[in-house]
Design a protein around this ligand. Structure first.
Ligand code: AKG
Ligand code: FE2
Length: 366
């Protein structure tokens, strides 16, 4: 989240989905009904075979395993980043009690009366606070979702007025949670560098004081999950994203693999990690920032707590020379990361479109 743009955007009236559900549980306003090509066909169906499961990486084998184990896990990690752009990490070292508490507090926040949540309003065209991000016009289709998004690090991106004082302990728990997730990201970046045969601190040193933001997405049930999307298809602008799915969640996250939407199963105590656009650029497309979306459920609600981890805004980025050669010519130009972040947050979520910002045009192997 780059510094927020000043805007005079007109987005029209937006229903708060939770309130709508209370008064008209069966209603699906037109602004939420997707065109035929966007409607989800597979909802929470199980993947056809185990080869359709996102790889599971055991971090304890990378951190403390014997040479054989860590070598195997590192190969799994590199295959996951290349072929899936997603993996789930288990034994990640974060206290499971803390994951439970943040989930409980997030659920309590969304359960507050609307007037309380509206004390932290997300202004149109901005991405922090409670509301709908990435809405720029009155005719844009909307996501079946309520969100609370907050800039966390560095401190200057925070808007302290938007940090909830209810439920009590929300803000301090988010602080502890974010510190833990930051360490996890730094750890993962070390292993990702190793998997690319780069110096292990390459990314952590390059990123400077990394930017970290959190988005809590709450998807109420929907009487017509076949007509709406919880979250529009997009890739993340981050380097890495860490996504915590609510414990009892039904399946809702789907990723686009070989032109098919593949659901991500809820693995107890695991965190879902995905490669964002920034890492795709740095690796010259070797590691993929994969398009994903969220679908809703007829009876169940769903929560995701998502952390975006990215380089400091002031750094200049482009494909690493180590990953550019005759076979893999340079696919992306160099640019300032802050500029890319601004571009990302001032455009609606639309598949991988935002990455076109960085693509070198007339690229033969895009
Ligand atoms: O809720 C989910 O599973 C997807 C969330 C997501 O992709 C995001 O917040 O960027
Ligand atoms: Fe995402």
């Amino acid at each position: 989240m780059a510094p927020t743009p000043v805007s005079s955007i007109k987005i029209g009236h937006i229903d708060d989905i939770q309130e709508l559900r209370k008064t008209q549980p069966m209603a699906v306003p037109d602004r939420y009904v997707r065109g035929m090509s966007e409607r989800p066909t597979q909802l929470d169906s199980a993947p056809q075979s185990s080869s359709m499961h996102v790889p599971i990486i055991d971090l304890s084998k990378l951190v403390g395993g014997n040479e054989n184990q860590s070598h195997t896990e590192l190969s799994k990690l590199s295959a996951a980043c290349e072929e899936w752009g997603f993996f789930q990490v288990v034994n990640h070292g974060i206290d499971l009690g803390l994951l439970e508490i943040i989930e409980k507090l997030a659920m309590e926040f969304f359960a507050l009366p609307l007037e309380e949540k509206q004390k932290y309003p997300m202004a149109p065209g901005t991405v922090q606070g409670y509301g709908h991000a990435f809405v720029f016009s009155e005719d844009q289709k909307l996501d079946w979702c309520n969100m609370l998004a907050l800039g966390v690090e560095p401190y200057y991106i925070r808007n302290p007025k938007l940090w909830p004082t209810e439920p009590v302990h929300f803000s301090e728990t988010l602080e502890t949670y974010s510190r833990n997730i930051r360490e996890l990201c730094q750890n993962l970046l070390r292993f990702i560098a190793m998997s690319l045969r780069l110096k292990q601190d390459m990314f952590n040193e390059m990123f400077g004081v990394a930017v970290q933001a959190v988005r809590m997405n709450y998807y109420p049930p929907c009487s017509r999950p076949d007509l709406v999307l919880g979250l529009s298809p997009h890739s993340d602008g981050s380097a890495l994203t860490v996504l915590q799915q609510g414990k009892g969640n039904s399946v809702g996250l789907q990723i686009l693999k070989d032109n098919t939407w593949v659901p991500i199963q809820v693995v107890p105590n695991a965190l879902v990690i995905n490669i964002g656009d920034t890492m795709e650029v740095l690796t010259n497309g070797k590691y993929k920032s994969v398009e994903h979306r969220a679908v809703t459920h007829k009876e169940n609600d769903r929560l995701s707590i998502v952390t975006f981890y990215a380089p400091s805004y002031d750094i200049e980025l482009g494909p690493l020379p180590e990953l550019v050669d005759e076979k893999q010519p340079c696919k992306y130009r160099r640019y300032n990361h802050g500029e890319y972040s601004r571009h990302y947050i001032t455009n609606k979520l639309q598949g991988k479109k935002t990455l076109e910002f960085a693509k070198i045009q007339n690229n033969i192997s895009s």
